[in-house]
Design a protein around this ligand. Sequence first.
Ligand code: SF4
Length: 472
Amino acid sequence: MSDAELTTPFRQRAGSAMKDEFLQEALTIATTKFIGLRREAFAGFPEGEALRDRARAIKEATLQHLDRHLETLIANVERLGGHVHFATTPAEARSIVVDIARRTGARMAVKAKSMATEEIHLNEALEAAGVTPVETDLGEYIIQLAHERPSHIIAPAIHKTKGQVAELFTRELKRPAEPDPEALTRIARAELREKFLQADLGITGANFAVADTGTVVLVTNEGNGRMVTSLPRVHVAVMGVEKVVPSFTDLMVFLAILAKSATGQKLSVYTSLVQGPRRAGELEGPEEFHLVLLDGGRIAQIGGPLREALSCLRCGACLNVCPVYRQIGGHAYGYTYPGPIGILLTAMLEGAPAVRDLAHASSLCGACVDACPVRIDIPRMLIELRREVDDEKLAPWTERVAFALLTKLLQNPRLYRFAAKAGRVLQRPFARDGRISRLPLPFGEWTRTRDLPPVASRTFQERWASDKDLRA
Ligand code: SF4
């Protein structure tokens, strides 16, 4: 999202999304489908629950010795003939990739889906350096044509209906397109085939990197990942440092639950294992292979309050079940990573001030924890984040005063009883048919989009004191 768009308050962005009928239709269809597929996949997989625990334990153990696993990974990638670069910041990561592009004389780069390259805004940097980036994942291709950003971690164009995609293809590719997913895929494939052959540079992310063997693992459904890693002369993989896993045995545990959580598949259609550049005697593969390890605030969180978020597999399951995401979609969040985990990752990468409003964009219902393959306790960290926003006085003063008063009220039983009595009297002009539909300013915001239940005619304490049946 551009800086200009970010200056629009979150509440306004969310409000616009909720009024967008196309977005609402697309989100409901897609997230409902993902939820059903995930449920079915785990229902037919009794080992799933134990594997989720195992996956979480592997992630925790790996984070304990991340430095050691990264050293092993680096040594093995270099042994296979690859080059490893370390980027502390997104700017460093961008400049590493741009330097590789310049040195190798690249004019066009084909990309497979990668949230890490979205995170570092790589496409803009490549364009500025005279290199044309071409997204080859169908969803990413669609949003690149639409000049937008992904709105979901694994389904970047989830916010678009097939009718909108057909209109987009007709307009941008100058060829008639019907709102039929298969026909649209055929058109995209024909357009992209040429680009694969023309590109000098292939850029991917990495779902995992196996330290013991120096293998970069890509999990895709369209086969474009294989083309990107094998056809261009140079392959660059950009990955967050937390994606390292110690061994192939560990990798198998993650592969067993990742696709089930993401799309309800037993396995993704393609699991590509990349080991360095083409070796003597091999017919395919790039001449050069580079692995860019991105910190970007991750390492500081190994001992920080957001540590758990470093276990995220980027499956997107928590987005699909989140009642907030399902209403507002990904763009309203305003940053690269949307949804409940996106709020935590944004806080990790951009700092707590960036999520001043977003920290409250959760009902804390816990659906995300239930869906998460590695059981990340997102609500717990969101509450921590809200506390930090409050402690650092990042919230507006009106909000801070309101919550300070509420805290006093809830801590003092006499004050609470008095407030309940006063509320009963004061609400009379506004309560109708057992609900309050409109309150005057400054409370009007509360009832702008929902009703408020009225203060009960008797509080529980009053009933307890007078009602013998209740105490029996
Ligand atoms: S937090 Fe869990 S559910 Fe959400 S994307 Fe990460 S791994 Fe998937």
